[in-house]
Design a binder for this molecule. Structure first.
Ligand SMILES: NC(=O)c1ccc[n+]([C@@H]2O[C@H](COP(=O)([O-])OP(=O)(O)OC[C@H]3O[C@@H](n4cnc5c(N)ncnc54)[C@H](O)[C@@H]3O)[C@@H](O)[C@H]2O)c1
Ligand SMILES: N[C@H](CO)Cc1c[nH]c[nH+]1
Length: 424
């Protein structure tokens, strides 16, 4: 890995993608075709891009049961325990509707309502992510969403990854479709003969999925445009180089565009981590992917002081931040921007990916400066509730009408004054 002495001036915003003109046009064509020709368009694109012609797009009950039954019993137990941890954590995020009453009889409040229907895109490709099924479905269930739909591209045998199906079945999700890419997003947004539309689309995917989510936004809601995984480790000379190297590789192996960065005031640690990464890469099954990621988006930044290192981390605003210093929690107050913060050497990033409980769907590309990870809030909406009393309107109606006239909106003013007159 490259070692660089720096004082700042760093950014993770290198992976923002808006796609090529050709990709944008392809996505618009796909969306238009799905809107015009429904299921038939889905089947054609599945044949073209995933190499399989399907008679039926929906995963059957038998397919789900088979995948679940085939799952190793011990593994199923681990999934259940992880799911319980994720549920417990997300239960704490649940908001209730609330009401306040004033002495004049006015009642004001906020009514929290779960979304009616959500669609979760589970990407195909080089890795299948049953853990992402848990991370998206559980907050939706905690929020009280009734209809949860999963779509994912089939392999050439026309099947979805068994782990994904088993995790979905374990959570009781049975509406699953074998459709991927922009066509899946279009189907979830606009509906087809088989797939009823949803209100909000969640989940990561490649450039076609990302562009399609951007395109349908407004007609439906979307969670975020998730980029490739990122990890930043903030460490001092007390940290263990082999553990840091392992954690950097844990995210680098996701994707050739993943990013893994160490920020440290210790040149000794920097050199040790660089050589550990090389050593550990030798036996890594996904070595090709991790190596490419580290070559383009990996770095070791050496600062003068730990304070400068903290500033650099805040500037990067990474998806995942690990803090491995002599007193990691002493830095909690100074660290401002990261999707998830892991403190101490036993809080290795994969602990959060799979098991601890917090969500692993997190902001990337430096967007942790202003956004948060997935949670129960993303699966509900809030309506303001206003119950104004006659006494309150009599007291404040004149002020409201005056405000309306300040904006030149006479009808607003009259609507209020009409009631004041009736009350006289
Ligand atoms: N941030 C996260 O939590 C997270 C988790 C998992 C995966 N990911 C990301 O998801 C992505 C998965 O990408 P993937 O491609 O393997 O799977 P994908 O499911 O996102 O995309 C596959 C689909 O892309 C479409 N497609 C392929 N080539 C096309 C073309 N030329 N024209 C139109 N459509 C085309 C096809 O419809 C195909 O079904 C990776 O970038 C990975 O990093 C992110
Ligand atoms: N680290 C990923 C989010 O960036 C999530 C994940 C799924 N499986 C393993 N990891």
């Amino acid at each position: 890995m490259k070692i660089e002495r720096i004082r700042g001036g760093v950014s993770l915003r290198r992976t923002i993608e808006s796609g090529t003109e050709e990709q944008r046009r392809a996505v618009l064509d796909i969306i238009a075709a799905v809107r015009a020709r429904g299921d038939e368009a889905l089947k054609e694109y599945t044949e073209r891009f995933d190499g399989v012609r399907l008679d039926s797009l929906k995963v059957t009950e038998a397919e789900l049961e088979r995948a679940h039954a085939a799952m190793d019993a011990e593994m199923l137990q681990i999934i259940r325990e992880a799911a319980a941890n994720i549920r417990t954590y997300h239960e704490r995020q649940k908001r209730s509707s609330w009401w306040m009453t004033n002495e004049d009889g006015t009642i004001l409040g906020q009514k929290v309502t779960p979304l009616d229907a959500v669609g979760l895109y589970v990407p195909g490709g080089t890795a299948a992510y049953p853990s992402s099924v848990l991370m998206n479905v559980i907050p939706a269930q905690v929020a009280g969403v009734k209809r949860i739909v999963i779509t994912s591209p089939p392999n050439q045998d026309g099947a979805l990854p068994a782990g994904v199906l088993a995790a979905a079945y374990e959570l009781g999700v049975t509406e699953i479709y074998k459709v991927g890419g922009a066509q899946a997003v279009a189907a979830l947004a606009y509906g087809t003969e088989t797939i009823r539309p949803v209100d909000k689309i969640f989940g990561p995917g490649n450039i076609y999925v990302a562009l399609a989510k951007r395109e349908v936004f407004g007609h439906v809601a979307i969670d975020m445009i998730a980029g490739p995984s990122e990890i930043v480790v903030l460490a001092d000379e007390t940290a263990h180089a082999d553990e840091i190297a392992a954690d950097l590789l844990s995210q680098a192996e996701h994707d050739v565009r993943a990013s893994a960065i160490l920020v440290t005031p210790s040149m000794k640690l920097a050199l040790a981590v660089a050589s550990e990464v090389e050593r550990q890469l030798e036996t890594l099954p996904r070595r090709g992917i991790a190596q490419a990621a580290l070559e383009h988006y990996g770095a070791i930044y050496v600062t003068e002081t730990l304070e400068e290192a903290v500033d650099v981390v805040n500037e990067l605003a990474p998806e995942h931040l690990e803090v491995m210093t002599a007193e990691p929690l002493a830095l909690l107050g100074k660290l401002r921007h990261a999707g998830a913060m892991f403190f101490g050497r036993f809080s290795s990033e994969p602990v959060g990916d799979y098991f601890a409980g917090p969500n692993h769907v997190l902001p990337t590309n430096g967007t942790a400066r202003f956004s948060s990870g997935l949670g129960v809030d993303e699966f509900v909406k809030k309506s303001s509730v206003i119950v104004y009393s006659d006494a309150a309107l009599a007291q404040h109606g004149g002020k409201i009408a005056a405000f309306a006239r300040l904006e030149g909106l006479e009808a607003h003013a009259r609507a209020v004054e009409m009631r004041l007159k009736k009350g006289e």
